[in-house]
Ligand binder design. Structure first.
Ligand code: SAH
Length: 276
C-alpha cells in the first residue's frame, strides 16, 4: 500500500456559502442551498412512485447476496481495494435506477437514468475509484466528481473519501440524485448544480478528481484544482481511432508537473458545457 498525502478533510465555506466551524460536521448532503437530511427516508420516499412495498420487493433482487456476488465477481477480475469493495457492497444500486430496471441493477452493465445519460457499470465505477485511490491506506482526502448522474458513484466515493463534491449540469438529474441519495444520509457528500468543466474552485485543492463524462481533452481548471500529490481519473478521447475512441486517463500532479498515463478503452457519455 502506498502512502498518499493527506488533505484537509473539510472546507470552512460550503458550496451554498454557509460556514462550518472547525471540528463541526456539515449537516448533510448539501445541495445548492438545500439540506436533504431533514426528511425521513423510510417508506414511500425511497420507493418508485405508485408501487406497494410488496411489488418492489418482488422485483428487487435480494440486495445483500446480489451485492455480495457482484463484489466477488469484481474481485475475480482483479479489483482489490478493500474500501472500494466494501463501498460497492454497501450502496444499493437498485435504488439508483428506474423500477423497471431494478432486476438488472446488480449486473455489470450500464443502464439508462434519463435524459440520454447512463449509470456506469459497477465494474467501471470500482476500477475508476480504485485508480483514484491509488492504494491509499485510509480514506482519500477531498474529492471532486464531475457528472453526478443518478448519484451512485458519488455514494461510493463518499464512503472511501473524507469529503466529496459532485457536480451535475442537468437540473433534473441533480434533483434526482439528491432523492436517490437521501436514504444513505451521507454528511460528507455535497451535490452541486453547475457546469463541471470549470471544476469547483471553492473546494480546491483536491486529493482526487474523477469525471463520469468524457471530452476531447481535460479542462485546465481540473488540473489547476488538483493538489500536488493528487490524482485525476477521467475518460478522454484518444486520437486516431474512427469512430473516436475513449480511454481512461490518469493524471498525477507531482511537484515536477503532470504525469499522464492512458489505460483501457471505455464508453462514457460526452462531457458538455453549460447547464440545462
Ligand atoms: N457516475 C454517474 C454517471 C453519470 S453519467 C452515476 O453514477 O450515475 C455522466 C453525467 O455527467 C451525466 O449526468 C451528464 O449530464 C454529466 N455531465 C456531462 N457534462 C457535464 C459537465 N460539464 N458538468 C457536470 N456534469 C456533466
Amino acid at each position: 500500500m502506498k502512502h498518499r498525502p493527506s488533505f484537509p478533510s473539510r472546507l470552512n465555506v460550503l458550496a451554498d456559502g454557509s460556514h462550518v466551524a472547525a471540528g463541526q460536521r456539515p449537516g448533510a448532503i448539501k445541495t445548492t442551498g438545500q439540506n436533504v437530511r431533514t426528511k425521513s427516508i423510510a417508506g414511500s420516499a425511497a420507493r418508485p412512485s405508485g408501487q406497494t412495498a410488496a411489488q418492489v420487493l418482488q422485483r428487487t433482487p435480494d440486495p445483500i447476496s446480489t451485492r455480495r456476488n457482484m463484489v466477488r465477481k469484481l474481485a475475480d477480475r482483479g479489483l482489490s481495494d478493500p474500501r472500494v469493495m466494501a463501498a460497492i457492497g454497501i450502496v444499493e444500486r437498485h435504488r439508483f435506477v428506474d423500477s423497471a430496471l431494478q432486476a438488472q441493477a446488480y449486473e455489470d452493465t450500464s443502464l439508462p437514468i434519463g435524459l440520454g445519460q447512463t449509470i456506469s457499470k459497477p465494474g467501471v465505477v470500482a476500477r475508476m475509484v480504485e485508480l483514484l485511490r491509488d492504494g491509499c491506506e485510509g480514506k482519500l482526502g477531498r474529492v471532486l466528481e464531475i457528472g453526478t448522474g443518478c448519484g451512485y458513484q458519488a455514494a461510493v466515493l463518499s464512503l472511501v473519501a473524507t469529503e466529496v463534491y459532485s457536480i451535475e449540469r442537468l437540473r433534473w438529474l441533480h434533483d434526482k440524485a439528491r432523492d436517490n441519495l437521501r436514504y444513505l444520509r451521507l454528511a460528507n457528500l455535497h451535490l452541486l448544480f453547475g457546469d463541471g468543466m470549470a471544476g469547483f474552485a471553492k473546494g480546491a485543492p483536491y486529493a482526487g478528481i474523477i469525471a463520469a463524462a468524457g471530452g476531447d481533452e481535460i479542462p485546465q481548471a481540473w488540473t489547476d484544482q488538483l493538489a500536488v500529490g493528487g490524482r485525476l481519473v477521467a475518460p478522454v478521447l484518444v486520437a486516431g481511432g474512427k469512430p473516436a475512441q475513449q480511454a481512461l486517463l490518469v493524471i498525477d500532479k507531482t511537484a515536477l508537473g503532470l504525469r499522464r498515463a492512458v489505460f483501457e478503452a471505455v464508453h462514457f457519455v460526452p462531457l458538455k458545457s453549460g447547464v440545462a
